[in-house]
Design a protein around this ligand. Sequence first.
Ligand code: PLP
Length: 378
Amino acid sequence: MPQQPIPLVDLKRQYFSIKEEVDQAIQEVLNNTAFVGDQGNRFNAKFEEEFTNYLGVDHFIGCGNGTDSIEILLRAFGVGKGDEVLVPAMSWISSSSTITAVGATPVFVDIDPVYYTIDEDQIEKHITPNTKAIIPVHLYGNMANMEAIMAIADKHDLVVIEDCAQAHGAELKGKKAGTWGHASSFSFYPGKNLGAYGDAGGMATNNAEIATMCRTIQNHGQQGKHNHLIEGRNSKLDGIQAAILSVKLKYLDQWTDARIQAAQYYAQHLQTDNLTLPTVRPNSKHVFHLYVVQCNDRDGLMERLKEEQIFAGIHYPVSLPFLPAYAYKGHKLTDFPVSASFHPNILSLPLFPELTEEEVKRIADVVNAFVAEEAATA
Ligand SMILES: *Cc1c(COP(=O)(O)O)cnc(C)c1O
């Protein structure tokens, strides 16, 4: 019998598990024609309040996506021309493209070889008189070392904006991702741990002034209708996405637990002689947006999985400093040895809340067999 395919992420299983509630929420937005997030849209206000409470922050402002949210925050903090912003070398390009977008300069810092987040021990050597901010990324759902990062930021008077696009609900010492820095950015892109059914994002902070600035920037620079204090931009959370997110937020912790359980199954079933598994930072909750392993013949393993109808991914095939977009910086692989070592080795195995133990076993069997053969011929 042909095997059922196992995708990297299966959004359908999740949708059908909450279909009635989601469909009803969308219908309600249509009935109210509450389409975009101008002030007064009750679906937006409701989700913003719920996510504020979920995080335990004072302010959360929805916007169009998780790239805009970083850019809006940088602008709200006054980061611009002549400023440098530190960002990990391994991330999605939004973490750095937004720095350039506000006129500042991204400065890459290598990642930690164990936890895959920005290497806090290498931050200070990149600080110059022009350094204005740090954007730590909780990559794959693992917390960056926020205690160390905040201490460095305090010492050098830097702004810290957490990129939480992969870390909804992650915690360090019982304190959530998005509540450690001076502000934080979230993406609700469909494949994220809390995903809308289109693009969506938002900014969280305890700083009332920054919150007001974010709201002003994302809504055409207005404070009150037609009162354009500045030239802002248009980046709104739309009503349908907000209503869907309100439904899905109720399930987030349960889905996170299921992700953690799937990660535990992997840890139990995968052999570790010739395979490196993810390491959870001590005293933290890793929310496993992705389950990234390292293997010497990554391409061969990916191909073998594909033959077995198992679809893995690579996040990311090339780290930021080595993308064509940053060729102008002229970086060498030796500038970021850990990030560079990831290029040929990393593989994201399928992981999503609805993944069953049976599926994990099937995936682990294929991986283990491949790695054993590889070791035997080495
Ligand atoms: C997804 C992602 C973003 C961007 O979010 P969008 O909503 O797709 O714009 C930013 N940073 C990281 C680390 C991401 O994974």
